[in-house]
Every structure is written in structure tokens, then in C-alpha cells.
Design a protein around this ligand. Structure first.
Ligand SMILES: C[S@@+](CC[C@H](N)C(=O)[O-])C[C@H]1O[C@@H](n2cnc3c(N)ncnc32)[C@H](O)[C@@H]1O
Length: 277
């Protein structure tokens, strides 16, 4: 079987399994199974697959057909400038979260050594991207999941970035003093999860997706650890930005605003803890 034939067959099988972007997925899987770049895949469509490559391609396509997220099947995922290891221990980092990081970097612009706390770090995506793109930042990241922290530490090692990781439940209270607290908390309501696509519903950790009070708890806890004038930046569910803007305003944050993601939806809310109360 040639590379082009493998991709064609992969597209057919993935589409039959209900995968929307079957071509993109089949190509990414072929790149991994053959150990080649996208360019090499396009330049050498007639390259014959070895028996091992063919078996690996089939194995990965079958995983994806079971609606396992592409990122888990590939074992890595791009987030801003980083390539992070991802697997069933963590949420797959999303494009909208890259916008959350950008908002943090904009707010930290001009601060030489800001102290930053990432609440619910998962793969370490937000914490590591801030450490990467703001070299002066001193970044701490917490998560209640020991498994997630294990993977986040692996990502810190593989990227060579420094972040202090701590196993901690935000409900037990935050400690320290920070110029910026950021979080992409679990925000899917328990009754909503069954309606979500199988990749999220059946594969991503429930502790990373389902949460009812996390946003409010983080807003309360952040106000205890933010230095005067410090910022809280939150990713919010589609359609919930107005409610979170009200929540932060009611709790005493100033300059509360909602920002758009790449598709124009309000998905980032931030506020400043006042300098004087
Ligand atoms: C939506 S995921 C975000 C992961 C990562 N920050 C990202 O944006 O890709 C939420 C994370 O919060 C963690 N988490 C859930 N409940 C928590 C709690 N009570 N305290 C601390 N972390 C929590 C989960 O384990 C998960 O890693």
C-alpha cells in the first residue's frame, strides 16, 4: 500500500465513523505512523508502507474511529509555540485557551518579573506558554489531579521551561501573592456533558470538564492572593461571559471586561483587583 492509498482508506474509514475532519485526521495519523512531515507526505505519495508502518497506521485509525481525540492518538498537540505531550490524564489544550494566554501576556507587558498562578493547569499549557513567552515570569501552577501534574511536569522537562507545580484543590484555599491569577476551570454543567461530542464526553477526564462552582470559587480565592492592582483572567463557557463579568464586578473587581476568541465569541473575562479598598 502507498502513502496516498493509506490516506484515502483512512479518510474513508474515519468519515464512516462520523469524524468530520476525516482528511486532516487521516493525514496527521499517516505522518505519525510513517514518521514523516506533512511536506514529505505530499512530496512522496507513492512511498510504499512497510508492514510495521501499515499496522501502526491501522491501529491509530482504529483508535480515532472509536472517537478518541486526535491529540491523544497522536500523543502530542500544538499550543501556541509549544508542542505538548497529551494523553487521557488531561484536557486537550484548545485554541480559545491560546487567546487566554495572549490576554495574560498583554496584561503582564512591561512587568519584568511578575508572579503568576495557573489554577487547574492540566497539561501545563497555560503555565508553560506564559513561562515561554514572558521569560521573566515566575510561574506556579496547581491542579487537584496528581495524574495531570505528572504529565505537566513531563511537559516542563521536555520544553525545558521552569514552572513550580503543586498538587492542590482550589476549594482548600489559595496561598501566596500573585500579580496575575489565570484559570481555564472545568465549566461544563453535569447535565450538559451527555450532549457533548464523544471525544469530550467519553474520553476527556470528567474532573477537567465538569464543574459548577469553580469559576466563583476561583474569583473569591484569587481576591485573597492577588496583589493590589493584580489581574484575574478566566476562560469562560460559550454564552456565559456576561454572567462571569457580573460575578467579578459583584465581588469587587475593577475594569472587568470580556474578550473574544478567534471565532469572535466572548470566551475570556478578566478583572483587576483594586489598589485600594
Ligand atoms: C478545563 S481543564 C484546563 C486544563 C488546562 N489549564 C488547559 O487550559 O488546557 C481544568 C483543570 O482543572 C483541574 N481541576 C478540577 N478541579 C480542580 C480543583 N478543585 N482544584 C484545582 N484544580 C482542579 C482539572 O484536573 C483540570 O486539569
Amino acid at each position: 500500500m502507498t502513502a496516498a492509498e493509506a490516506v484515502r482508506e483512512g479518510v474513508r474509514r474515519l468519515a464512516a465513523a462520523g469524524i468530520e475532519q476525516a482528511r486532516v485526521d487521516a493525514e496527521r495519523i499517516a505522518e505519525k505512523a510513517l514518521g514523516v512531515s506533512r511536506t514529505e507526505l505530499y512530496l512522496h505519495p507513492d512511498r510504499t508502507l512497510s508492514t510495521d508502518e501499515s499496522a501502526e497506521f491501522d491501529r491509530l485509525v482504529e483508535r480515532r474511529m472509536r472517537r478518541e481525540p486526535l491529540a491523544y492518538v497522536l500523543g502530542e498537540w500544538g499550543f501556541r509555540k509549544l508542542t505538548l505531550k497529551v494523553d487521557g490524564r488531561v484536557l486537550v489544550p484548545r485554541p480559545e485557551t491560546e487567546v487566554v494566554v495572549q490576554r495574560c501576556l498583554d496584561l503582564l507587558d512591561g512587568e519584568p518579573e511578575p508572579a503568576v498562578l495557573d489554577v487547574g493547569t492540566g497539561s501545563g499549557a497555560i503555565a508553560l506558554a506564559i513561562a515561554d513567552e514572558h521569560p521573566g515570569a515566575r510561574v506556579t501552577a496547581i491542579d487537584v489531579s496528581a495524574e495531570a501534574l505528572e504529565l505537566a511536569r513531563e511537559n516542563a522537562d521536555s520544553t525545558g521551561l521552569e514552572v513550580a507545580f503543586e498538587l492542590q484543590d482550589v476549594h482548600d484555599g489559595l496561598h501566596g501573592a500573585y500579580d496575575l491569577v489565570v484559570s481555564n476551570p472545568p465549566y461544563v454543567n453535569p447535565e450538559e456533558i451527555e450532549q457533548l461530542e464523544p471525544e469530550v464526553r467519553d474520553w476527556e477526564p470528567r474532573i477537567a470538564t465538569v464543574g459548577e462552582d469553580h469559576t466563583a470559587v476561583i474569583a473569591d480565592e484569587a481576591s485573597r492572593v492577588l496583589v493590589p492592582g493584580g489581574h484575574l483572567v478566566l476562560e469562560v463557557a460559550d454564552g456565559r461571559a456576561d454572567g462571569v463579568v457580573r460575578l467579578l464586578s459583584d465581588r469587587g473587581y475593577d475594569d472587568v471586561r470580556a474578550g473574544r476568541d478567534l471565532t469572535g465569541r466572548d470566551r475570556v473575562v478578566d478583572g483587576r483587583w483594586p489598589s485600594a479598598r
